[in-house]
Ligand binder design. Structure first.
Ligand code: ZN
Ligand code: ZN
Length: 362
């Protein structure tokens, strides 16, 4: 006993570094920020962490504002040795007419590690709004990558347009939590579509999906656009040329007198349904593809199997409403009465195929 605080003279307290608890915190927190500014992007609510603009993808704008205030407070507060931040609670205390948060009140718990004592201190952060680099780039129409969407040997048509639309829908769904636009322009160009992306990563993500779903080929090339003013390093703009294949899922082709139906793509190769191979799936080699002939819609007729004997299959031509008999070897084994197929003339023989959906337009 008999111990007293040399600063305030009080006795009977817990002492920290020779001072009573209260005088210790008074001394330690003399310069702790009571008010401070928080650099914040008013478009995507990113905050500055060092020199980088950051935001957590899953956070709401309000959570991002509070997180930004915490980060800024921790950066600007100079704590005495042995004192650390514990939990920091934050709430938005004032909003602009537009609804944008203006101030965030933070209540920080500070802990003196050696003695274990703690205190709470309040600080008011005011949002200092501006555009982050990415949002500035969007606003000023800058872009790092352009994706050219074209089709092999034709202009993009309505079918291609729907495929591209589905890729866009998925892309927007996957990126909506990022809270800022990633696409700065979509424009029709030379029978195709050009899409400008603010960042190369997002362009690549879009292209991966496009290639997976349509079998499009991808060629990427970068061009130096001069030095970045901020970092001094080279600034690149990347062009990603994509080409959708000439053949589409559902279409029929003839290779060496055999008919296949395109059923998909795998690693840049066409996957086809092999009718003569019992309907199994296989990939076509480049040389098979080169010698293939696309079967036009007007070469096909929709037919329905009405009856089957050991020697013949009887079909109803659904367009011309007439019956025809075909030798049983030209009738698919897995076809039963009522099944609809397509009749094609191959090597002078009329053959019926049972399709997996499609072909396009039929
Ligand atoms: Zn004291
Ligand atoms: Zn931003």
């Amino acid at each position: 006993m008999g111990r007293f605080c040399p600063k305030c003279g009080s006795e009977g307290h817990k002492f920290v570094h020779g001072l009573c608890e209260r005088c210790f915190w008074d001394d330690s927190l003399e310069d702790f920020p009571k008010e401070f500014k928080v650099p914040m992007c008013n478009s995507c609510f990113s905050y500055l962490q060092g020199k980088r603009w950051m935001r957590k993808r899953e956070d709401t704008p309000e959570e991002r504002v509070i997180e930004g205030a915490k980060v800024e407070l921790m950066r600007s507060a100079e704590l005495p040795e042995g004192v650390e931040f514990g939990e920091i609670e934050g709430e938005v205390t004032e909003r602009a007419k537009s609804g944008l948060p203006k101030t965030v009140l933070l209540t920080s718990t500070l802990i003196e590690e050696e003695s274990g004592i703690s205190t709470k201190v309040k600080s008011l952060g005011s949002m200092d709004y501006r555009l982050c680099q990415d949002c500035y780039n969007v606003a000023s129409g800058k872009y790092d990558a352009v994706v050219q969407i074209r089709a092999e040997g034709r202009r993009l048509d309505a079918e291609d347009g729907r495929a591209v639309e589905r890729v866009f829908e998925n892309f927007y769904r996957r990126t909506e939590g990022r809270g800022r636009p990633e696409v700065s322009e979509v424009k029709e160009h030379e029978g195709g579509i050009d899409v400008k992306f603010v960042t190369l990563n997002m362009a690549r993500m879009f292209v991966r999906e496009l290639a997976e779903t349509t079998g499009a080929s991808v060629v990427e090339s970068a061009k130096i656009m001069g030095a970045d003013k901020r970092t001094g390093s080279g600034h690149y703009r990347t062009t990603i040329a994509t080409k959708m294949p000439s053949l589409r899922v559902g279409e029929l082709i003839e290779v060496d007198g055999k008919v296949f139906q395109i059923s998909g793509h795998h690693r840049g190769r066409f996957v086809v349904k092999d009718f003569l191979g019992g309907g199994r799936k296989r990939t076509l080699s480049d040389s098979q593809l080169a010698t293939s002939r696309r079967i036009r819609m007007d070469e096909c007729r929709r037919v329905r199997l009405e009856a089957k004997t050991t020697r013949f299959g009887t079909f109803l031509d659904l367009e011309e409403k007439r019956f025809l008999d075909l030798p049983i070897e030209f009738v698919p084994k897995d076809m039963v009465e009522g099944d609809v197929g397509v009749l094609i003339c191959v090597n002078g023989n009329e053959v019926v195929y049972k399709l997996d959906g499609g072909p396009v337009g039929i």
